[in-house]
Design a protein around this ligand. Structure first.
Ligand SMILES: [Zn+2]
Ligand SMILES: [Zn+2]
Length: 440
């Protein structure tokens, strides 16, 4: 009986995956797992945890993987969870999900909205919300692997799962690599991840070969001055004025120094100095985020930041020992570069299951994602990150009619179409993984 059942499933799925005919068996299985994943998603959404504190979330993912026969290694570099499922000889395919939420107060009004608060690394109580869709990423992952395990007579190889901490702050992927992800576990032939995208309708996915997410660097600048009474500027050198000049001059790096064909962003996101209106302070601190794709362009940008800061201080007459301090924080979020060959395969498998019309060509974005790290080790693993459309098409039309856009990622109003996004994600990922295992 077992043999006959598996034969029937085999025949059904050969038809499903190879010629797209008679998909009912596959669709039913995915629908069942999507229902399970949706319930899990609501639970995770209601119980979010901020970066580096994903204790309950990682335990839940570990349990989900164990319950379907994965070998699970928890705390693999912080809260990272690695799961492995061997199913005979064949390629190794890695799927990655992130797990962390954000310090944002949810305003969606969902009946499963988060009301949770946590203590952040500064000891401050913060509201917590899954406002970047990582709840969906985990649920799609669980739904995908549950389906793949049910269909294990359809493929041979090893599934490697990494449920990663601290994507939002970076530090999850690099810790997994440092801990020996590609040394203690088999080196993946391919690594895949996906991220929800409210600008794309649910039911669709977005793909682009090559650059998709930018590299990120954070820079701190401390501008020094000679402080004193606000009524005697002639006896002081005012760091507020120097910092103001630096902020404006930094705007000329991208516009005047970097090739117009090379994308770079220089944003001064934080500037603080002084305590009272009548005191000229001793220093002003600034924090910058830089975004880039090309290594030479970012080096050139950092050199220019140093030169402009130093120049402004010299112009103001500051002595050598009071020149600004420019510090590039040594954490790494490199650009995410989708392997063109792998991306072509994903396009083929995904259009087979979702239909060509549901595969959207997207542009590279200047946001960052530490998934790129997995493709930058000496093992040179081909990686591909897929955008997962997450706005209900009718809701999207309402926004368009009003001349508005759906709430973006990191919005307290982020409003994904949970059921359709999860089901599409599972459908696409199962097809992609089986396609890659079978080398079709
Ligand atoms: Zn995010
Ligand atoms: Zn995210």
């Amino acid at each position: 009986m077992k043999f006959i059942t598996s034969l029937i499933i085999t025949l059904l799925l050969i038809q499903v995956i190879s010629n797209g005919q008679n998909r009912s068996g596959f669709d039913k299985e995915v629908a069942k797992q999507a229902e399970y994943a949706l319930a899990l998603c609501k639970h995770i959404h209601q119980n979010p945890e901020i970066s580096f504190q994903e204790k309950e979330t990682s335990a839940r993912i570990a349990d989900e993987l164990k319950s379907i026969g994965f070998d699970v290694t928890s705390n693999f570099g912080g809260n990272n969870v690695v799961g492995m499922f061997r199913n005979g000889e064949g390629p190794v395919i890695m799927l990655r999900t992130d797990m962390d939420a954000l310090p944002i107060k949810e305003k969606t009004g969902f009946d499963f909205a988060s009301t949770k608060t946590m203590i952040d690394s500064n000891g401050k109580e913060v509201p917590v919300m899954h406002a970047c869709g990582h709840d969906i990423h985990m649920s799609v992952l669980v739904g995908t692997v549950r389906t793949l395990v049910r269909m294990k007579d359809q493929w041979k190889g090893t599934l490697l799962i990494i449920a990663q901490q601290a994507e939002e702050m970076s530090g999850g992927a690099s810790l997994a690599i440092e801990e020996g992800l590609f040394k203690k576990f088999p080196v993946p032939d391919y690594a895949l991840a996906y991220h929800i995208n409210p600008e794309i309708e649910s039911g669709k996915i977005g793909l682009i070969p090559g650059p998709i997410f930018a590299g990120v660097k954070t820079v701190e600048i401390t501008v020094f001055g000679i402080g004193g009474h606000g009524a005697y500027p002639e006896k002081c050198i005012d760091p507020v004025v120097i910092a103001s000049r630096v902020v404006l001059d930094l705007q000329t790096i991208v516009s005047r120094e970097i090739s117009p064909l090379e994308p770079v962003v220089v944003t001064v996101g934080s500037i603080h100095g002084g305590t009272r209106p009548n005191i000229i302070p001793e220093e002003v601190k600034m924090e910058l985020t830089l975004r880039y794709y090309d290594n030479n362009a970012i080096e050139q940008t950092i050199d220019a930041i140093k030169r402009i800061s130093k120049g402004a201080a010299i112009t103001a007459g500051l002595p050598d020992n009071k020149l600004p301090k420019v510090w590039v924080i040594p954490s790494e979020t490199p650009p995410v570069l989708n392997d063109a060959d792998l991306c072509g395969k994903i396009r083929k498998y995904s259009s087979g299951i979702l239909g060509k019309e549901n595969i959207v060509r997207v542009n590279p974005a200047m946001v960052g994602e530490d998934f790129g790290i997995y493709g930058r080790t000496p093992e040179k693993v081909p990686i591909c990150l897929i955008w997962l459309g997450s706005t209900n098409p009718e809701v999207m039309n309402d926004y368009i009619a009003k001349g508005e856009e759906p709430p973006p990622l990191h919005s307290p109003f982020l409003n994904p179409d949970y059921p359709a996004t999860i089901e599409t994600g599972i459908k696409a990922m199962v097809s992609n993984v089986i396609g890659l295992f079978n080398g079709e």
